[in-house]
Design a protein around this ligand. Structure first.
Ligand code: PRP
Ligand code: URA
Length: 209
């Protein structure tokens, strides 16, 4: 069963408070999301396997450790997932980046896929699907299914904020996927917005609306 990890590092929690604040403007919002994504990348990669290597320091020959195992692929869900990519690339600069374009139909609340472009070797990579918001779970659920349909085998989901409803959807349909969050919020409102949440992540990142 996929685990849910709430990343409670004080810096993540502190910055998330300002991200949530309605008085935080687009520039600062974008910068904070970038910083939190970087901090979350640090936590989410904690269990990556290492292997020993031998190197020469200026003083002697020694055995040290380097990353082993699968290479990483980042898959932001457009649009809002884009806001977290650069922060993650600061720590994982060699990661390849795929894109899944989805929007949530405001009437039906169902996700509509309009774009997908992925690295050709996704089946060999540890993929991290990125979206700031996991609300009903429809968008992340579809994105993960799209990746699996194209051969992806190892997938993690990283979001800033989730509602319990969205977490349950992913656990039910993708029990193999671990979920990493900065916060697990209380509920969804009548428009399927996360409460207390941060509002519309895409609009706040890109200054639309
Ligand atoms: C938002 C958010 C998620 C989705 C979450 O995207 O970025 O992708 O809603 O909702 P769900 O869990 O109920 O599917 P939105 O549809 O607003 O598109 P945008 O990122 O292009 O603004
Ligand atoms: N999408 C958002 O951007 N915010 C929410 O609260 C729910 C879905």
């Amino acid at each position: 069963m996929g685990n849910v990890h709430v990343l409670d590092h004080p810096l993540i929690q502190h910055k998330l408070s300002f991200i949530r604040d309605r008085n935080t403007g687009t520039k600062e919002f974008r910068e904070l999301v970038d910083e939190v994504a970087m901090l979350m990348a640090f936590e989410i990669t904690r269990d990556l396997p290492l292997e020993e290597t031998t190197i020469e320091t200026p003083v002697t020959t020694t055995t040290t450790k380097v990353l082993a195992g699968k290479k990483i692929g980042l898959v932001p869900i457009l649009r809002a997932g884009l806001g977290m990519v650069d922060g993650m690339l600061k720590l994982i600069p060699a990661a390849k980046v795929g894109h899944v374009g989805l929007y949530r139909d405001p009437e039906t609340l169902k996700p509509v896929e309009y774009y997908i472009k992925l690295p050709s070797d996704i089946h060999e990579r540890e993929l991290i699907v990125i979206d700031p918001m996991l609300a009903t779970g429809g968008s992340a659920n579809d994105a993960i299914q799209s990746l699996k349909n194209r051969g992806a085998k190892n997938i993690r989901l990283m979001c800033l904020i989730a509602a319990p409803e969205g977490v349950e959807v992913i656990k039910e349909h993708h029990p193999d996927v671990d979920i990493y969050l900065a916060a697990l919020d209380e509920k969804l409102d009548d428009h399927a917005y996360i409460v207390p949440g941060l509002g519309d992540a895409g609009d706040r990142l890109f200054g639309t609306k």
